[in-house]
Design a protein around this ligand. Structure first.
Ligand code: SAH
Length: 198
């Protein structure tokens, strides 16, 4: 996976490549699809949600340009896989999931694997996690409409990156925003960011 799906497609951040090689993706997918855990695509994880394709997880993590000491917020825990990868690249991860069943399962998986620097919160990630802010970087793994919620930008350290899928002219596009500068990255498809309670 690391060679064929990541390095060959331009991921060159060694911290991210090492994390992707180490985190056991099969532990984050349902048993029925465990044999496809390393396939080059998203997979269903229940509750109508998906675990992102390995390349997307690697690309989004690399875009944060983590060096180790950062505190990162992830919106959309899903399986917890993205949070696990992030946790190998920075010092602390707070990840928020609105669907309780998914959040609790992710929390269990992360604890079983011994990832102690990840905190999973259940709730609406669109409002961020005020009592843990500010964050040095934020990644949103669900599509946010035309722009990411203001609360997220408010909880970001000045100059820190916010990586997020947004709607652009009817399409979805991954963007990186730093100091209000929006950098388009790639066309993507994500499940929608849903505001309000699950
Ligand atoms: N990073 C995940 C992929 C998750 S898919 C992984 O590695 O498995 C996106 C997730 O975002 C879904 O689980 C969905 O329930 C969640 N989500 C959608 N809207 C949300 C919101 N407002 N707050 C928190 N989580 C949300």
């Amino acid at each position: 996976m690391v060679e064929r799906q990541l390095r060959r497609r331009g991921i060159d951040d060694e911290r991210v490549l090492t994390a992707m090689a180490e985190v056991p993706r099969e532990r984050f997918v349902p048993r029925e699809v465990a044999d496809q855990a390393y396939a080059d695509r998203a997979l269903p994880i229940g509750e109508g949600q998906t675990i992102s394709q390995p390349w997307i997880v690697a690309r989004m993590t690399a875009l944060l340009e983590l060096e180790g000491p950062e505190r990162v917020l992830e919106v959309g825990t899903g399986s917890g896989y993205g949070a696990a990868v992030l946790s190998r690249c920075c010092s602390h991860v707070v990840s928020v999931e609105r669907i309780r069943a998914l959040g609790e399962r992710a929390r269990d998986t992360l604890a079983d694997l011994g990832y102690r620097n990840v905190e999973v919160r259940i709730g609406n990630g669109a409002s961020g996690v005020a009592d843990r802010a500010p964050f040095d970087a934020i990644v949103v793994t669900a599509a946010a409409g035309r722009a990411p919620p203001q609360a997220l930008s408010d909880q970001l350290t000045p100059g820190g990156p916010l990586v997020c899928p947004v709607e652009r002219e009817g399409d979805e596009r991954l963007v990186r925003i730093r100091d209000r500068q929006v950098e388009p990255i790639a066309a993507v498809r994500f499940v929608p960011l849903v505001e309000g309670d699950a």
